[in-house]
Design a protein around this ligand. Structure first.
Ligand code: ZN
Length: 395
């Protein structure tokens, strides 16, 4: 490498957020890239279209069938319990970031939420911290000190646009001073859960991102912008969410708690989506053809796949996905039981993700790239390949 590469994962960045911000004049730098100063591709994220599986795909360059992280949350068959999937023990391959740090490159990772930090920084030497816990960094744990002082911002609320802004401000500061060879920046989808593309709040957020990307470009970095997943409205005209409470249906058909519904969107930060997304796993007590058919017949369901079918079609680790994989349609989400979802925190109509409807994401680079075979299926996890192998070297 003869110039730095920055890969940016804008959490929840449906492509339209960028085009709408560009059309409104809020994102002039991205506008120039879209107009031909860079290369802009619409890529597929991995399924389920959730944060952890996709961030891990981006930093490993492979789908969940290989790296093993298929949700934020899953049922661990070895332990017989439902657990968060943010422990590196569930990661089955090394990351590109760790490999570069092993080879002597200067590597830095900044993530908005702390839940991703241990996975992204697994076996990596270098700088790795979250904005959420930026006040707790130590040289030993994070490879950096005095982050708040350097960034000049207080620790933002975990439910705020500022949590992502902190990532960009810190990233620019690092590029100005430490100049890492490789930097990965990962934001949070708080804004996208709250507001649709083209709204003033969304455009303001993308204007903030645009200013920082322009500065990184000025500093000579190759920049690849992608997303972990898109985001869509999941409510009816009355503003109420369209929810299929799948555990309640299964309880009615099979008896209380005979089947187990797992929602891999579940994480410690559910206030803004109530743990409702368009993807669910089902563990069944016995053979399942009839149950699969009944689920598929529920209004709002898009697809029901067996474990084997889902492992192939969505490139998922078959030992971690239950007996059935259920995907709902664009405007519908799947819940467990009605009484297990606290929707009191939903102060605006529900927007969420998880399904195939949120698979289209941007893959944008501030360079021209060599022509690729027609029909190449671009993935968000091509981000490092694009930035490292397909972008021209500095002369
Ligand atoms: Zn996300």
């Amino acid at each position: 490498m003869n110039r730095p590469l920055v890969v940016v994962c804008i959490d929840g960045c449906q492509y339209e957020y960028i085009t709408a911000a560009v059309a409104a004049g809020a994102a002039p730098f991205l506008g120039r890239l879209l107009a031909g100063a860079g290369t802009s591709i619409i890529a597929d994220c991995v399924m389920p279209s959730f944060t952890n599986p996709n961030n891990l795909s981006i930093v490993t360059g492979v789908p969940p069938s290989v790296h093993g992280i298929c949700g934020n949350y899953f049922f661990d068959p070895e332990r017989g319990e439902e657990v968060m999937m943010n422990d590196p023990r569930y990661l089955r391959v090394g990351t590109i970031l760790a490999a570069f740090s092993d080879a002597g490159a200067k590597v830095a990772v900044i993530t908005a939420k702390d839940k991703l930090r241990k996975l992204l920084g697994h076996q990596m030497k270098g700088i790795c911290f979250s904005s959420e816990k930026a006040d707790q960094v130590t040289m030993a744990e994070n490879g950096i000190e005095n982050v708040l002082e350097r960034v000049g911002m207080p620790v933002p609320s975990v439910y705020s646009a500022a949590l992502s802004e902190f990532v960009f401000v810190a990233g620019v500061k690092l590029m100005e001073k430490e100049r890492p060879d490789l930097m990965y920046l990962s934001t949070t989808d708080y804004v996208q859960h709250k507001t649709a593309p083209g709204t003033p709040a969304a455009n303001d957020f993308y204007a903030m991102i645009d200013r920082h990307l322009a500065r990184l470009d000025e500093l000579g970095a190759t920049i690849v912008v992608t997303a972990d997943h898109g985001m869509n409205a999941k409510h009816g005209g009355d503003g109420e969410p369209n929810v299929i409470y799948l555990q309640d249906s299964l309880d009615a058909w099979l008896g209380k708690n005979k089947a187990r519904v797992i929602l891999p969107i579940t994480d410690p930060y559910v206030v803004h989506h109530g743990a409702l997304g368009s993807f669910a796993l089902v563990y069944l007590p016995a053979a399942h053809a009839a149950v699969a058919e009944r689920i598929a017949a529920l209004p709002g369901i898009e697809t029901v796949l067996t474990r084997t079918e889902a492992a192939v079609r969505f490139e998922l680790p078959s030992d971690r996905i239950g007996d059935l994989v259920v995907v709902s349609q664009l405007d519908t989400v799947i819940g467990t039981s009605r009484d297990r979802h606290d929707l009191s925190g939903l102060d605006v109509p529900l927007r969420s993700h998880g399904g195939t409807s949120e698979q289209k994401v941007p893959l944008i680079i501030n360079r021209g790239v060599s022509k690729q075979p027609a029909g190449r299926r671009w993935r968000n996890f091509d981000a490092f390949d694009l930035g490292l192998n397909l972008a021209p070297r500095a002369s």
